[in-house]
Ligand binder design. Structure first.
Ligand code: OGA
Ligand code: MN
Length: 199
């Protein structure tokens, strides 16, 4: 895994990050979990009011737990482990923990412009955001792009096509999810830095 683009630009996009059968299995797993009521409306942690929340982000999420994962989730975790080692080796990031959740956005919902770091400067906070899309055959007409706000004031819209991994330095890039006209599924992970206070 080449992490040079991430080092130079602060963000990078990888196509076919995982084999397409794994992407399909992950999407089907997320949808099965949703049918079983395992996905919950997301909250940003900043607003208590649910109605307000739903205007900020409209997705439902399920965090990956510690219990033994199904094989497609294990394949994702294995790949993220390799990716983490590359990031640590090539970018000297000292990343440690991965936290990740499935997210399903119903048609017409998005996620307003935000930053993934809530407590700026905290050593243990999110360092690298990694969004993996699980939508086979996604067309541009469907909408649902991830809009990245770049340092030069321009924006970049990335369609959530199955197998695409978008990764960026969590503290450096505001971003938003544009509404789609159909269901939009992703698996988002954040690498945290080792918390020195716990060592
Ligand atoms: C997030 C997020 C982007 C996406 O969950 O914090 O920004 O494209 N997701 O799903
Ligand atoms: Mn985000």
């Amino acid at each position: 895994i080449i992490t040079q683009a991430l080092a130079e630009q602060g963000y990078a996009i990888y196509n076919n990050f995982l084999p397409s059968d794994t992407i399909t299995a992950l999407a089907e797993y997320a949808q099965r979990q949703q049918l079983q009521g395992k996905l919950k409306p997301a909250t940003t942690g900043q607003q208590a009011d649910l109605l307000m929340e739903s205007r900020i982000r409209g997705d439902s999420i399920m965090w990956l737990g510690k219990d033994s994962p199904v094989s497609c989730v294990q394949a994702y975790l294995d790949k993220m482990q390799v990716f983490k080692q590359e990031l640590n080796r090539q970018l000297f990031l000292n990343l440690h923990e991965l936290e990740a959740h499935f997210a399903i956005y119903p048609p017409g919902t998005g996620y307003a412009r935000h930053l993934d770091q809530f407590n700026q400067g905290e050593n243990s906070t999110r360092q690298v955001s990694c969004v993996l899309y699980l939508n086979d055959g996604w067309l541009n007409d469907f909408g649902g792009q991830l809009r990245l706000y770049l340092a030069d004031g321009s924006t970049m819209d990335i369609p959530p096509l199955g197998g695409t991994l978008v990764t960026f330095l969590s503290g450096d890039f505001y971003h938003e999810v544009l509404p789609a006209n159909r269901q939009r599924i992703s698996l988002t992970g954040w690498f945290r830095r080792r918390d020195n206070r716990l060592i």
